[in-house]
Design a protein around this ligand. Structure first.
Ligand code: DUC
Ligand code: ZN
Ligand code: ZN
Ligand code: ZN
Length: 472
């Protein structure tokens, strides 16, 4: 099967050019001057399919490196399965995810890894890889880290919050980081001071402050800044590379920027919710509606300027990339467990479908360049997590994961508009995007054509990742 995407504007993180993209089977075979003939050979007459991308961008498919499909969490399961979540991702122009295998305390790391394969295999619309969450760092976990790297799991997430669920103490973090420094794994950190948060939460509930808004107030930026700093210091001490997930506070950004200025391998990820949404808007939501945006780290105050600062950090590379932390829950039957006690609201927002569009709106509004859009949503995630060459770039030899994006199209986001995630609300209701995902190819196969999903479950395959290709 040969496909020619002709007359488009190919956008890579390194630059933009008018070019045709020739796909042979699952792979990009050539990027050519528009209308070129190869050695007198008329390409267009010799392909099976021609996609006309006149006036459109041709970009590498999105790589969302932070998802939680069907994760057991907060007394329930994240509402998207690998099937529904990866299909929604495809609709939105994301062609790879890296999901988190969870080890809860007392669970065996490798058993969990195999269990995640069972959930995902044969169900995904797009390619997927795994990170491993370690909730209980013991000798066996450290041995498992070596084993998992051989399986293509080259990044490990630890938590400084969620006591009894995920929390590691600083000694455990040190040991895991020592292992990462030794075997080359990228260490990922949920950086919030859990002990401080737990007391603030208890005090708020006892004082009768039970509404969703208090979720944010009891997870203050100081708890994020302090934990980010502590993680950076433990990484510095051990020599492990560090990737801080879901950075929301501008003070945490400053910690990361400072460490980077000193030459340390420290990286930061933010999410669309920390660029667009705020604590004030959550406060303004009537009744229990604020639960829709309960996630951790929490939404931050717009008056304090976190969102503005985050866009800036994304431009200057103080923050390297944008993932979703896609962790969807329905209001009915899930989020509503926290009526009367915000601490019982399952933490998470669903965005896997909208990340490419939301960040493209950042291009339209002058917050990032076109090339930076591709870089933070596709190229850097691919390099960061050892997928570059195959994912995150339009070049010969890469997997033909390609999105034709129409800058003259429009996307209205909302529950009864574009919404394919398995949720009974949209955290992004009413967002209007001055662009549209027109066509999505996953390894050469068209899986989204216009507004129709034309792929099949099981199209997506496990991606065995290498070590990070982003280290200094
Ligand atoms: N934050 C969330 O919002 N959900 C899942 C776990 C996390 O760290
Ligand atoms: Zn987290
Ligand atoms: Zn997460
Ligand atoms: Zn559409």
């Amino acid at each position: 099967m040969k496909t020619l995407i002709k007359n488009g504007t190919v956008v890579n993180s390194t630059g933009t050019a008018s070019a045709d993209v020739l796909i042979d089977g699952e792979t990009i075979a050539a990027v050519l001057a528009p209308g070129s003939h190869l050695l007198g050979f008329d390409i267009e007459k010799n392909v099976d399919t021609v996609i006309d991308a006149t006036g459109k961008y041709v970009i590498p498919g999105g790589v969302d490196a932070h998802t939680h499909m069907e994760m057991p969490f907060g007394g329930t399961n994240a509402s998207d399965t690998f099937e529904t979540g990866t299909r929604a991702a495809a609709w939105g122009g994301t062609t790879s995810i890296v999901d988190f295998v969870v080890q809860y305390p007392d669970q065996n790391v490798l058993d969990q890894y195999h269990a995640w394969h069972e959930k995902a295999a044969g169900n995904c619309a797009i390619d997927y890889g795994f990170h491993q969450i370690l909730s209980d760092v013991q000798d066996s976990s450290l041995v498992a880290m070596d084993e998992l790297i051989k399986e293509g799991v080259s990044s490990f997430k630890l938590f400084m919050a969620y006591k009894g669920v995920f929390l590691s103490d600083d000694g455990q973090i040190l040991r895991a980081f020592q292992k990462g420094a030794q075997n080359g794994a990228l260490m990922m950190m949920h950086a919030e001071n859990g002990a401080v948060i737990d007391v603030l939460v208890k005090q708020a509930i006892e004082a009768g402050n039970t509404s969703p808004y208090y979720h944010g107030l009891t997870r203050p930026w100081q708890a994020e800044e302090e934990a980010t700093h502590r993680a950076i210091m433990i990484a510095n001490l051990t020599g492990a590379p560090l990737y801080v997930v879901h950075v929301s506070a501008k003070q945490a950004v400053e910690q990361i920027a400072h460490a980077r200025d000193l030459g340390q391998n420290v990286f930061g990820e933010t999410c669309p919710q920390y660029l667009y949404l705020s604590l004030e808007e959550q406060l303004g939501a009537p009744g229990f509606e604020g639960a829709k945006w309960v996630c951790s780290t929490p939404l931050r105050s717009r008056a304090e300027g976190h969102q503005h600062h985050m866009w800036q950090a994304l431009r200057t590379n103080d923050i390297q990339m944008v993932s979703t932390d896609h962790c969807p829950f329905c209001m009915k039957g899930q989020k509503d467990m926290g009526i009367g006690d915000f601490s019982k609201i399952p933490n998470g927002i669903g965005s896997v479908e909208h990340r490419m569009d939301l960040l493209y709106q950042g291009v339209v509004e002058g917050n990032i360049s076109l090339e930076r859009w591709v870089e933070v949503t596709s190229t850097t995630p691919s390099r960061m997590f050892g997928m570059y060459g195959k994912k995150g770039v339009i070049q010969p030899g890469a997997d033909a994961d390609v999105v034709v994006y129409n800058p003259n199209g429009h996307t209205s986001i909302g529950l009864n508009k574009t919404h394919h995630m398995n949720m009974d609300y949209s955290a992004w209701e009413g967002f209007e995007i001055d662009g549209h995902v027109d066509t999505v190819l996953s390894r050469g196969k068209v899986i989204v054509d216009g507004d129709e999903y034309v792929g099949a479950k099981g199209d997506g395959k496990y991606f065995k990742r290498g070590l990070s290709q982003y280290l200094i």
